[in-house]
Design a protein around this ligand. Sequence first.
Ligand code: FDA
Ligand code: NAD
Length: 436
Amino acid sequence: MGRAFVYVILGGGVAAGYAALEFTRRGVNHGELCIISKEPVGIPLGLRQVPPYERPALSKGFLLPEAPARLPAFHTCVGANDDRLTPKWYKDHGIELVLGTRVKAADLRRKTLLTATGETISYKILIIATGARALKLEEFGIRGSDAENVCYLRSLADANRIVDVMKTCSGGHAVVIGGGYIGMECAAALVTNRIKVTMVFPEEHCMARLFTPKIAEFYEEYYESKGVNFIKGTVLTSFENSSDGKVTAVILRDGTRVPTDMVVVGIGIRANTSLFEGQLSIDKGGIKVNSQMQTSVGSVYAVGDVAAFPVKLFGGDIRRLEHVDSARRTARHAVTSIMEPGKTGDFDYLPFFYSRVFALSWQFYGDNRGEVVHYGDFPGARFGAYWVDKDRLVGAFLEGGSREDYEAIANAIRLKVPVKDLAELERSGLSFATQA
Ligand code: FDA
Ligand code: NAD
């Protein structure tokens, strides 16, 4: 058995939602577009269907103890202040949702996808939006992360599980493994739920992929003021379990035993490329695309976390970004390029990352390479850093800025404003960008 569509989006996450909206705006006909997603139909969550939603909500509003965010409130594309695509929206627009269905094989020569339920779905144009999966501790040789009080966070089902486990630990302790985005945002959520947190990670400071030691020091001190304890420069080697299989302590490399009621693990992701290895060019751990988001096979596009694309601003350097803004924009660009072939310009992207924890909020634009210059009132309400490479501004970080401030740093990076004197840049601080 099988069905045929003109356009198929494989994956039902952030990029899929933004691609669907763009398709309708560019005039897709009823019955032409299908989205296939393995995200489970959410019966345990009281939902019959889980079409694309704004994944960032899972580590923020969804985990709040008071008035938590719940679907349908955060379906795409509310994160970009755009239409909210509910199951009814897809129905009204004649878009076929094949949810709770994993694609287990892809034949790009025949233009077919085989689902785990045994259906063959064919397409004329395929958009790969398979995102990424959370790395498991088992991949680093540690066993036992399938215990019921050990949580990962990638999907709605994962977030729901964290909420359930947190309820059993109020006033207790949690260990957070990993000092990246998931670690930092979940630690804040746990504290807000009155759970004491110990963070364990191998680097010298938190958010090592982006933060300088000075920026990290600010956030670590802030977290410590909220009762978070940091154990840095080490990893866990094993879990200790109770007779009913729950984790009761985490054992570190030097033998230190950290008792706990629950564990949250955020140790990075792997892009979901496996269906296409051997069929498409792979780069930077993702599917390599050109500046139209088109892969090495002309009828196949890739967007979001799984796509490795040329960043014009960085001289065409191929990057795979794991952030929501990039998922939204690569998706829109791919659809524009599909619907208006030959008329769509090259994707010209300014990398943008952000986070919000407690009362804090930061944004980053560009690339964190070259020399760093810090500015503003450290430690204070508004501070940041610039990155300068070959005498030009290439990256900017700002905590606590206004909308105008963030627009100014974004603009300065887009313009790659020349920097003659680093000391002068440091003295000018934020006004260097606002007056550029
Ligand atoms: P995404 O992971 O959203 O979707 C992929 C989809 O493909 C899923 O529905 C999956 O089930 C499906 N799929 C995969 N393989 C399949 C198969 N074989 N068959 C069928 N379906 C398949 N970024 C940011 O900039 N700011 C932020 O604050 C946050 N916050 C945040 C919180 C949390 C908890 C997470 C996990 C992530 C973030 N992010 C973020 C990152 C951001 O959410 C991420 O970059 C986007 O979700 C990427 O969108 P994609 O559509 O590429 O993948
Ligand atoms: P990450 O790459 O941000 O951080 C991974 C962290 O894991 C590292 O900082 C390191 O401390 C730790 N680590 C690595 N190997 C380890 C090991 N063996 N033992 C212990 N710790 C180890 O990844 P993440 O925090 O898992 O986030 C997953 C994805 O979700 C990323 O793509 C991220 O961009 C995305 N996300 C983004 C946001 C945001 O942009 N605000 C928020 C949440 C999640």
